[in-house]
Design a protein around this ligand. Structure first.
Ligand SMILES: Cc1cc2nc3c(=O)[nH]c(=O)nc-3n(C[C@H](O)[C@H](O)[C@H](O)COP(=O)(O)OP(=O)(O)OC[C@H]3O[C@@H](n4cnc5c(N)ncnc54)[C@H](O)[C@@H]3O)c2cc1C
Length: 376
């Protein structure tokens, strides 16, 4: 069966695809195709839900900054609950890594001037379970936030629908055939003609690219584990910031009555519905017990998700340099939730050949920083 043609066919209903579709629906007809029965089944539904301006390379930090206003003050009617909540992040270093803490502070301070250096007793005052004798101290980013990922994702989906766009779940795209202009998209036994294809298939972006005969961007999905355990009852853990090791060996943060933690693993794998490895959970527990007084005896739940990167660890956002009407929105790594408001607006600007949004340019970001051509 051939469905009615659309201007934009978006492949993938994670945060990337739905946010891009939400922005594109202002400019034409949009259909999002999602292979799973539920949008957000893969990376989007498995994140640690953090907004920080102190993580990743400068283009990613600028993308996060250009997303902040949307997250703190979304458009009228976008969601019926706040998208973010104050949290703060405290980056800590073991005693022997004091030099790394100073380097981290110097590096971050240029872009985020309100971060501050803490000594070990300041760090303990902010998180009661730390062992000050093991720590060189910390760096506090007071304006980091928890993101309500479900509310953000649903806001993009309902906004897309109210602008006339459609989302089709249980609809894997299995083929892409070039037409004289645009594409014929094969979705199960159906075919849909589309002017432009937006490839927002997460870990599967190179698989989708291969369907279109487009050269790969060299995307590598990496497994990242997270788990939940009960917070110690004797402390008000809700007031703690997220605690992140400056050497990227662990993090933990309040999650309701519990704590959410990760060993910050990044094991390269094939795109798949990934499961966690118990060894990664055990490794995180060891590391957290080394720097805190917590004894983690019972893990309430654990999972893993994929964070996908290209060689330079910067997202790929732009039209394919060799094949017309094929747009990449890939390689968000561990930053796809916090950067989605800016990346989706950049996507709509590039596709409609308009200027990048003023606040994005104001952050010092240029089209070339994200363009697929840079990695070919
Ligand atoms: C443990 C963990 C912690 C993280 N913490 C954070 C954090 O604190 N802050 C942050 O900003 N980011 C974080 N991230 C990263 C963030 O989750 C990702 O960057 C983001 O979710 C990527 O979104 P996406 O839409 O590209 O991918 P996905 O959510 O994976 O969506 C891609 C979709 O495409 C679909 N698809 C694939 N192929 C096809 C096809 N052929 N046809 C139809 N559909 C298809 C898939 O089913 C999937 O639903 C974390 C990730 C993990 C795993």
């Amino acid at each position: 069966m051939t469905d009615r043609p659309v201007d934009f066919a978006v492949i993938g209903a994670g945060i990337a695809g739905t946010s891009a579709a939400y922005e594109l629906a202002k400019h034409g007809t949009v259909k999002v195709f999602e292979m799973e029965a539920t949008p957000g089944h893969h990376s989007t539904g498995r994140s640690a839900a953090l907004y920080t301006e102190c993580d990743g390379l400068p283009p990613l930090r600028r993308l996060a900054m250009a997303s902040r206003d949307f997250l703190t003050d979304p458009p009228e009617g976008f969601a019926d609950a706040p998208l973010v909540h104050d949290r703060g992040v405290m980056f800590v270093a073991l005693e022997e890594h004091e030099d790394k803490l100073q380097l981290f502070y110097d590096d971050q301070h240029a872009l985020v001037p309100n971060i501050s250096r803490l000594d070990a007793s300041d760090a303990l005052a902010r998180c009661d379970v730390l062992r000050p004798e093991r720590l060189a101290g910390g760096v506090l980013e007071p304006d980091a936030m928890d993101i309500d990922v479900h509310t953000l994702h649903q806001g993009f989906i309902s906004g897309l629908r109210s602008r006339g766009g459609e989302l089709q779940t249980s609809s894997p795209v299995t083929g892409l055939e070039r037409r004289s202009s645009g594409w014929q998209v094969q979705v199960g036994s159906d075919k849909v003609d589309a002017g432009i294809v937006v490839n927002a298939a997460g870990a599967w972006c190179d698989v989708v690219g291969a369907m279109a005969g487009v050269r790969p961007i060299g995307l590598v999905p990496k497994r990242r584990t997270a788990f939940i355990f009960g917070a110690p009852e004797e402390f008000d853990h809700q007031s703690w910031p997220m605690v992140v090791d400056v050497e990227a060996m662990f993090y933990f943060r309040p999650e309701g009555p519990n704590l959410l933690a990760s060993p910050e693993d990044q094991t390269p794998v094939e795109p798949q519905d990934i499961r966690h490895d118990e060894l990664d959970v055990a490794m995180a527990i060891d590391r957290i017990q080394e720097v805190t007084t917590m004894q983690i005896r019972h893990v309430r739940s654990a999972w893993a998700g994929l964070r996908s990167f290209v060689a330079d660890n910067v997202p790929v956002v732009g039209m394919d340099p060799d094949v017309d009407d094929f747009f990449w929105l890939a390689g968000q790594g561990g930053y796809g939730i916090m950067t989605s408001p800016a990346m989706s607006r950049i996507t709509a600007s590039l596709i409609t050949a308009s200027e990048l949004p003023a606040d994005v340019i104001g952050r010092g970001l240029a089209e070339a920083d994200l363009a697929p051509a840079r990695i070919r």
